[in-house]
Design a protein around this ligand. Structure first.
Ligand code: ADP
Length: 463
């Protein structure tokens, strides 16, 4: 095999020389004597590429000999007029130059091919699934990882319509996220999607979508996904455990509360200061426990899609005042200043909006040990009612602000280790406000304090 390869290196230039010489001889009259070296440059460059430098150089001199013999006067003799020497030197130099240029190009091409291969391999072997979709949502590239996750080959996946790949709810979410960043070149959106495998089973993907539609060389919406089916399964088990446990805890708590009421009325009759004080403290602790258990119950209801709104029309200022009074009983050391707008009535779930306000107030107190004042205000803005809760405590870093409303998210700070909490209050608050078509956000400066705001859209001003 090696022998034939070696032989072909000599035969290749030989065949080229014969072909070019025969061609030139046949059309000699037409071509004339002015371009004796025509076509031989191509022979030499091709030889250098195919057979290497040494054979290329030999070919160069063979060609000079042939040109001199057949195409330079006197014809059919190797005598060369001295003026032709310069032409031969230029011919040889130009061949070398073209060959060097070609050789450098070949090397550069090889290098970029190697780099491209490296990146392609990296993408193909990466744990993430990479999907590129064009502006109309058609898949134009999908990494081979798709076979492992979806069960489809990349070609099969690209041929599928997107509706077959995701559940209707996830598809709406996906399209919503894409729409959000459509007008923002380079914009990124986080997605969590339930997908449908080739065999019809379901799984979960998590990842980011980037808008690179105007990025030269990409021109696509780029998504990278991770298969998080296993983690979501474990989370579902945990949620169901929390749901069952908090439900079971509610029953004994209700009877403790009933007994407590009886004991309180008995203590009042006997006017025993010790029992009265002890019962007030027990009552506060029971209230704290109730809030905690209700939080877990709501979390598990929300996760299983069973958190329903029970809407009614009520005076929002009255509700805020009620929550403030309840919180005053259980927190000491903070002063609450409430600035209400003129009476405002909203059509919302009173209990759930109450739990959001309560959570914001108790957080304001928990995370501002040094700040003594908590300002609460209601305001009407653009047919929405806005509630704000301000504290002068530790504040929140910008990078934490983004994640504050995620489930189980707690800021990792030394001071926070001694403050109890599960990181579900703000998550639930955000979900409750979302269910009311409202928005919730925070403004904060580290060391100076925070203001949490939320708005609810449906306002019925009955004043
Ligand atoms: P929890 O307070 O039970 O940990 P939350 O969901 O209510 O859970 O709050 C999530 C995290 O947000 C808290 O752990 C805390 O780090 C931060 N946080 C919430 N409210 C404030 C606040 N007013 N000031 C500073 N940090 C806050």
């Amino acid at each position: 095999m090696l022998f034939y390869r070696k032989l072909s290196r000599y035969i290749f230039p030989l065949l080229l020389i014969v072909a070019v010489t025969l061609f030139k001889l046949s059309f000699n009259e037409l071509l004339g004597a002015r371009t004796p070296f025509l076509l031989y440059t191509a022979v030499i460059v091709a030889t250098i590429w195919y057979s290497g430098w040494a054979i290329g150089l030999i070919t160069n001199f063979v060609c000079v000999g042939i040109v001199d013999y057949y195409f330079i006067q006197p014809y059919h003799s190797f005598i060369m007029p001295s003026r032709i020497g310069i032409q031969v030197a230029v011919f040889t130099g130009q061949n070398l130059l073209v060959a060097v240029m070609g050789y450098s190009m070949k090397r550069a091409l090889k290098k970029s091919e190697a780099a491209e291969n490296k990146f392609r391999l990296l993408i193909e072997q990466a744990c993430d699934l990479l999907v590129l979709r064009n502006e109309v949502g058609k898949a134009i590239y999908v990494s081979p990882k798709v076979k492992e996750i979806f069960g489809y080959s990349p070609q099969e996946y690209e041929a599928q319509i997107i509706d077959r790949l995701y559940t209707p709810k996830s598809l709406t979410e996906y399209k919503g996220s894409v729409e959000q960043i459509l007008a923002i070149p380079g914009g990124c959106s986080f997605v969590k999607l339930q997908f449908i495998r080739k065999d019809g089973s379901y799984g979960w993907l998590e990842g980011e979508v980037f808008n690179y539609l105007t990025e030269p060389g990409i021109y696509a919406m780029v998504s990278h996904f991770r298969d998080v089916t296993e983690r979501i399964g474990i989370e579902a088990q945990k949620d169901s455990f929390i749901g069952i446990a908090s439900h079971e805890l509610k029953t004994p708590l209700t009877s403790i509360k009933a007994y407590l009421q009886v004991m309180e009325s008995k203590a009042k009759r006997h006017d025993d200061p010790f029992f009265k004080d002890a019962l007030t403290k027990v009552n506060h602790q029971i209230k704290k426990m109730t809030v905690m258990i209700n939080g877990f119950l709501n979390l598990s209801r929300f996760e299983s899609g069973k958190l329903h709104l029970d809407k009614e029309t009520f005076n929002l200022n009255d509700l805020v005042q009620e929550i403030i009074d309840e919180n005053r009983l259980i927190m000491s050391g903070h002063e609450i200043d409430f600035k209400p707008v003129s009476d405002v009535y909203v059509y919302a779930d009173r209990d759930k909006i109450g739990s959001v306000i309560s959570n914001l107030i108790s957080n304001a107190a928990k995370y501002s040990v040094n700040g003594k004042v908590i300002n609460i205000a209601t305001e009407i803005t653009n047919k929405h009612v806005q509630i704000s809760v301000q504290d002068f405590g530790m504040g929140i870093k910008p990078e934490d602000k983004k994640r504050l409303f995620e489930r189980y998210y707690r800021v990792e700070a030394e001071q926070n280790k001694i403050i109890s909490g599960f990181g579900i209050g703000l998550y639930l608050s955000a979900e409750i406000i979302k269910l009311h078509d409202g928005s919730i956000w925070v403004e904060s400066e580290i060391g100076k304090g925070s203001i949490f705001y939320f708005t609810i859209s449906s306002v019925v001003d009955m004043a």
